[in-house]
Design a protein around this ligand. Structure first.
Ligand code: B12
Ligand code: SF4
Ligand code: SF4
Length: 345
């Protein structure tokens, strides 16, 4: 058999920065998810609608579930925040995305933890391990596992480590001793709501994804709505603003764990340099990274919008010069045309 303490010790050896245990029950906050969907805040993310029943309780995913082992991995590296850069010429890339794909890296680490548990508990042990993409409301279970509280920016914040954390979890059939839930420490602060460039945080603890730059630059597959393009600024992939302004991230823990360091092409490139990078180099840089989700086409779509939104002359000139195959794709060329119109406007 294994105890909660054994699991936490092994998790630390496997490079997890945080580990806590939540009971596998239906916590009251889980019901907020359905209201959120009803308000249309999920936009085109149909998979959230499809998995709503399972997301309401982990026992719908695994009926024998008794505990949820929640793991936190710090991904913050020593690069400056987007809010610290005073110019609009650099591409703002979300720090979770510029290194290796966390689904793969954390998936391997969790598998090692599951294997270790199975060696001790035998074949009767049932588990399901997920990082990000599983039908689990990760932040709610993380809060109940004592990893941190859900802040007004909707992110899970740990009082010692901040919020630059990947969450992952192992739902298991063991009755492990649970941790005490974390308590909200936002106090009277509202810096994240004030700083959001699009007003996507419609009220404390509620985010309208259809207005969030992370959704617009990563999840949205087609054209970025005309009325929302200017708000992108230099945000070419994701957005970190509501975490950068959070006092709990000033300063936040920094990791030297190699997978989370930025790949060369994504280490503070200017928008112009990113656009001038040949398709083949972009494709190789995206391979195995968390940004592979967007692919070359969507990355170029975003950079083109940033060029128009910032009216950065060097990037606009690059849009006219570069003749890579992906630039001729209708999704890309339509956004390039819009960007060049902004120069005249
Ligand atoms: C869909 C999704 C998105 C959407 C919607 C985000 C959102 N806030 O809902 C978009 C594309 C916008 C997005 C953006 C980002 N995401 Co995302 N995303 C997810 C995903 C897959 C599901 C989240 C979800 O279900 N949202 C719907 C809302 C309703 O659910 P919730 O966020 O869990 O909210 C709960 C609480 O807010 C609570 N609640 C609701 N109302 C109230 C009111 C009060 C008073 C209280 C106390 C609580 C409360 O109940 C809700 C559950 O029902 C999760 C992974 C997962 N499986 O959980 C990752 C996840 C949340 N994302 C993550 C990350 C890293 C990001 C980005 C930072 C990426 C980036 N840099 O661009 C941004 C952060 C934006 C932000 N401020 O949240 C991490 C967050 C880690 C952390 N420390 O919190 C997660 C957990 C992935 C992971 N495994 O690491 N994401
Ligand atoms: S990620 Fe950016 S756009 Fe989305 S809620 Fe936070 S500050 Fe607003
Ligand atoms: S910025 Fe302030 S209100 Fe927003 S999550 Fe951080 S502490 Fe909470």
């Amino acid at each position: 058999m294994v105890t909660s303490e054994d699991v936490k010790e092994r998790a630390a050896e496997l490079e997890f920065d945080l580990c806590g245990i939540a009971p596998a029950t239906s916590h009251p906050e889980l019901t907020a998810f359905r209201h959120w969907l009803e308000r249309g805040y999920a936009g085109e993310m149909q998979y959230l609608h499809r998995s709503a029943d399972r997301r309401a309780d982990v026992r719908a995913v695994m009926p024998s579930a008794r505990s949820v082992i929640v793991l936190g991995t710090v991904y913050n590296t020593d690069r400056p925040y987007s809010t610290e850069r005073l110019d609009d010429t650099h591409a703002q890339l979300a720090r979770y995305a510029w290194g290796d794909d966390y689904h793969d890296v954390i998936g391997r680490r969790m598998q090692a933890l599951v294997d270790w548990m199975r060696e001790r508990c035998g074949p009767a042990l049932e588990t399901r391990a997920y990082v990000d993409t599983g039908p689990v409301q990760e932040r709610v279970y993380a809060q109940y596992a004592g990893l941190g509280w859900i802040g007004r920016n909707t992110c899970l914040i740990n009082a010692d480590q901040g919020s630059w954390l990947f969450l992952s979890e192992i739902i298991c059939s063991l009755s492990l001793t649970p941790d005490a839930p974390a308590l909200d420490q936002c106090g009277s602060c509202s810096l994240c709501l004030d700083a959001c460039p699009t007003g996507a945080l419609t009220e404390p603890y509620v985010l309208d994804a259809t207005r969030c730059l992370s959704y617009l630059t990563i999840e949205l597959k087609g054209s970025i709505p005309l009325g929302q393009r200017s708000a992108l600024g230099a945000h070419a992939y994701g957005c970190d603003v509501c975490q950068e302004v959070c006092p709990w991230n000033l300063p936040a823990s920094v990791t030297a764990d190699a997978p989370w360091l930025p790949r060369a092409a994504f280490d503070a490139p200017t928008l112009a340099a990113l656009w001038r990078t040949p398709d083949a180099v972009l494709r190789a840089s995206l391979k195995g990274s968390a940004m592979s989700r967007a692919g070359v086409k969507r990355l170029r779509r975003n950079v083109a919008v940033c060029a128009g939104a910032t009216r950065d002359e060097e990037t606009l000139a690059a849009l006219e010069d570069v003749d890579e195959p992906s630039c001729a794709e209708p999704l890309v060329s339509e956004h390039v045309a819009w960007a060049l119109e902004q120069r005249r406007g």
